[in-house]
Design a protein around this ligand. Structure first.
Ligand SMILES: Cc1cc2nc3c(=O)[nH]c(=O)nc-3n(C[C@H](O)[C@H](O)[C@H](O)COP(=O)(O)OP(=O)(O)OC[C@H]3O[C@@H](n4cnc5c(N)ncnc54)[C@H](O)[C@@H]3O)c2cc1C
Length: 593
């Protein structure tokens, strides 16, 4: 079944809920980015996603990537190269990249919408360019001008792609354990001192492939004088091909066999005295990698959202067609042998759960991406700082909540199709497998929760979470719908209660806060979704009061009511899960598991 980009809802979020033209008034985008621009960009990109990326999605899954052991080259699935070239030639890789390096300088929030659409159409193919964006962010921020002029423009135009080489067999989450070494060499290239990098990295996305002329690896490694742990990590730029076009000592020794994203080459890379340059200062690699990972975390959130949307479209289309049983209140279509399964409340509920999680997460994540633009481009320094604080607070929430809900929605889509959902005849089973990794890479969702609770809440004395609560309070004051007003008020009180518990119990014993972190993130994320449902419904009502009418607008208030009735009550369970802390966990001895 074909995928159709949800352009109407994307337009609604960008231009009505977030009011991009108003949000950008005090930025460099004032007067240049409006509804017309954003809609034409989204429409054009959607055509490419639907007509180039999506048609090779299932083939990519069944064919996978192949390593030629003799040449060390990896071939991506058939059709991927042509689709990637279409993408690159149309300029999509450079959309929000800086103009100084050949980019088009459009807002990241528009790019965020494209990330959703391309991931939905073909997550595996979208990853080759997705990680490149992170490399651009890190190099732009920290690399020397020489490295920038040698590599940035080619990354921006998609002629080169980028990787993130962190993981080793013995270290994933705990990067302080990295063993890859970098030794200063006597040689210079591009007028800069070279280093020889040696070690083995595993599971490197896009580590080797035939889509681009060169691959720029950003490698975490340790210098000979490195302090122990994460303080001793440096970042190196190690290209597949050196400036003289000779092949560098980066060898793909294998490909991982995985449950999903089979068209994405997940590589074992051996660095054998590979030549590279230090990026920025020695021993600052982890900080640099985080700038790259923050951008990648939002992108992974969009993968969760995109695949949820793609699976929902299939589930909805199936449910509108499939006939089984009769409505419990009597035959809806007596002339037919059976009613359409859309008559069954349980089926409708599964579909509506997908719909409200998807639309709520879309509004929330695009708003977070907008903070990224404001953090960089707002004219006022205080506005930049406030947006940056909000971005820092919300990044782990977008990554974890959207990928958890992405997995849940794909699961519900499989369930909606019944046995058909479990078969290869329908693409939902691929989406269900593909989406699962999004909860693991770029820092597992457990680690996102610890980041939120351990770092982001307390940052600057809790300024950002208080600003968030203030924003919700203002919405409560504006809300006219008594049910939504009451629920949102309850959400704030439960959130405050959870924060109070974390402050008290977590300060006394850090394991208490760690045990509650995933429940807290979900609680916070659910209150954030509640805020965006209130805002979306109010926006739709306002438009209808002005005489506009469409199923999208009429469905928003109904969807908000469904969300508050069927999804929001989870906060009452989650507050109990937060307050349960570590007491019933820590009592277990190892042999009692
Ligand atoms: C398909 C795929 C693509 C990938 N792409 C890349 C890539 O491009 N570049 C790259 O460098 N890596 C990549 N990775 C690696 C990925 O980022 C790691 O798998 C991930 O960070 C988790 O590390 P790990 O698998 O070693 O799990 P571990 O770190 O061993 O964790 C195992 C479990 O323990 C938990 N845990 C670990 N430490 C803590 C802690 N301190 N507190 C609480 N819980 C903890 C984790 O949440 C997890 O549930 C990829 C992996 C896959 C499968």
């Amino acid at each position: 079944m074909s995928y159709k980009a949800p352009v109407e809802d994307i337009d609604f979020v960008l231009n009505e809920v977030l009011e991009l033209d108003r949000a950008f008034k005090e930025t460099k985008f004032n007067g240049t980015v409006d509804k017309e621009i954003s809609n034409s960009v989204i429409l054009e990109a959607s055509k490419l996603a639907e007509n180039s990326f999506h048609p090779v999605n299932a083939l990519g899954d069944s064919q996978g990537c192949h390593l030629n052991n003799e040449t060390g080259k990896v071939n991506v699935p058939d059709g991927f190269k042509a689709a990637y070239d279409d993408y690159r030639e149309a300029g999509w890789s450079s959309l929000s990249a800086p103009e100084a390096y050949g980019g088009q300088g459009l807002p990241l929030v528009i790019n965020c919408a494209l990330n959703e659409v391309f991931a939905a159409a073909n997550i595996s193919l979208s990853m080759y360019s997705g990680l490149t964006h992170g490399s651009i962010v890190a190099l732009k921020e920290y690399a020397s001008d020489t490295l920038k002029s040698a590599y940035l423009e080619k990354l921006v135009t998609g002629q080169y792609s980028g990787t993130m080489c962190l993981t080793e067999a013995h270290c994933g989450t705990d990067l302080g354990l990295i063993r890859t070494k970098a030794i200063p060499s006597q040689n210079k290239e591009l007028g800069l001192q070279m280093f020889e990098v040696s070690g083995s990295k595993i599971w490197i996305t896009g580590g080797e492939h035939d889509l681009t002329d060169n691959i720029v690896h950003l490698v975490l490694a340790k210098l000979p004088d490195a302090p122990n742990g994460t303080k001793g990590i440096s970042m190196f730029l190690v290209p597949k091909f050196l400036p003289d076009c000779s092949k560098n000592g980066v060898i793909c020794t294998g490909l991982e066999h995985k449950m999903g994203i089979n068209g994405s080459a997940t590589c074992f890379l051996s660095f054998e005295n590979a030549k590279g340059w230090l990026v920025g200062e020695p021993h600052q690699g982890l900080k640099y990698m985080f700038s790259m990972m923050n951008s990648a975390r939002l992108m992974v959130g969009m993968q969760g959202l995109g695949l949820a949307e793609a699976a929902y479209q299939i589930a909805l289309s199936f449910a509108k067609d499939r006939r089984q049983g009769r409505s419990v209140t009597g035959a809806a279509e007596p002339q037919e042998q059976a009613d359409c399964i859309m008559v069954h409340p349980d089926v409708r509920k599964m579909l509506l759960q997908q719909k409200v999680l998807i639309e709520g997460c879309r509004a929330m994540s695009y708003w977070v991406a907008l903070q990224e633009d404001l953090a960089e481009h707002a004219q006022d320094a205080q506005d930049r700082e406030d947006a940056n604080d909000m971005l820092a607070l919300m990044t782990p929430v977008v990554k974890a909540l959207l990928t958890d809900h992405g997995s849940l929605c794909c699961d519900l889509a499989v369930q909606t199709l019944g046995g058909s959902g479990y078969t290869k005849d329908w693409a939902v089973e691929q989406h269900y497998r593909d989406v699962r990794i999004s909860r693991i890479y770029e820092g597992t969702n457990g680690i996102q929760s610890l980041d939120l609770v351990g770092r982001k809440l307390a940052r600057k004395g809790g300024k950002s979470i208080q600003a968030f609560i203030k924003m919700v309070q203002s919405q409560i004051d504006l809300e006219q719908d008594s049910l939504i007003k009451e629920k949102l008020t309850h959400g704030v009180s439960v959130l405050n209660r959870a924060l109070g518990w974390l402050m008290k119990a977590g300060m006394a014993d850090k394991d208490q806060a760690a045990a509650s972190a995933t429940a807290f993130l979900k609680l916070f994320g659910t209150v954030a979704l509640a805020y965006f449902w209130s805002l979306s419904a109010m926006t739709a009502e306002k438009k209808m009061a002005q005489g506009e009418k469409s199923p999208l607008l009429t469905s928003k208030l109904k969807s908000a009511h469904f969300f508050f009735a069927h999804c929001f009550p989870e906060v009452d369970y989650l507050i109990q899960a937060v307050e349960a802390g570590n007491d019933t966990i820590r009592v277990f001895e190892l042999d009692e598991f």
